[in-house]
Design a protein around this ligand. Structure first.
Ligand SMILES: [Mg+2]
Ligand SMILES: [Zn+2]
Length: 190
């Protein structure tokens, strides 16, 4: 049976973003954000598949190689494992924005590919990200819930379902929201 997933943007959600127009090109630049490991563990415990979906145009620009990106992701996977977190999938678009590919967010290609490969129920899934492109991609893929982590000074987001200040806050909201929805559904069925 298809499983619900949490689709997670990477930079600014799981780890500190590189400065504007720069990229995390080596494992030693990777800084997990406070509480991110524990928050992912909570999402996993709720029963959601964990799928990272990230735009990494730096590869297309030649600022890092696919191998560099792989090393960053191996480091991330290892650090998260120390929190008991197992990522079900990690999907990256490495194309240039100008290439117009189907996988660079705000397009939904990464999410759709993950859903097909991992047998995920998109309508019951949530997209968590810190940019409008994340919310748009979640909406285009049909994710029922979209949580935008707002950065200071950000404007309202028409595609977001709810906004939060950090991943741990988003996960706390989600746990309560999903429990309430489950109760409402079971009452509705009676
Ligand atoms: Mg981001
Ligand atoms: Zn792409």
């Amino acid at each position: 049976m298809p499983r619900p997933a949490a689709f997670l943007d990477r930079d600014g959600v799981l780890n500190r973003s590189a400065p504007l127009h720069q990229y995390i090109t080596s494992p030693k630049q990777l800084r997990l954000l406070p509480g991110a490991g524990g928050a992912l563990r909570n999402l996993q415990d709720i029963g959601l598949a964990l799928v990272v979906v990230t735009n990494q145009q730096g590869v297309g620009k030649g600022e890092m190689t696919l191998n560099d990106l792989d090393e960053v992701h191996q480091e991330m996977t290892a650090r998260l494992a120390s929190f008991g977190v197992h990522l079900d999938g990690l999907y990256a678009c490495t194309h240039l924005e100008s290439a117009g590919c189907a996988c660079r967010k705000p397009r939904p290609g990464l999410l759709l590919r993950a859903a097909a490969e991992l047998d995920l129920a998109l309508g019951q899934s949530v997209m968590i990200g810190d940019s409008p492109a994340d919310m748009e991609a979640g909406a285009a893929a049909g994710c029922g819930t979209r949580v935008r982590i707002l950065r200071p000074g950000d404007a309202k987001d028409p595609y977001a379902y709810v906004v939060c200040r950090s991943l741990p806050k988003a996960v706390r909201w989600l746990a309560v929201h999903r429990a309430a929805e489950a109760t409402a559904t079971s009452i509705g069925k009676r």
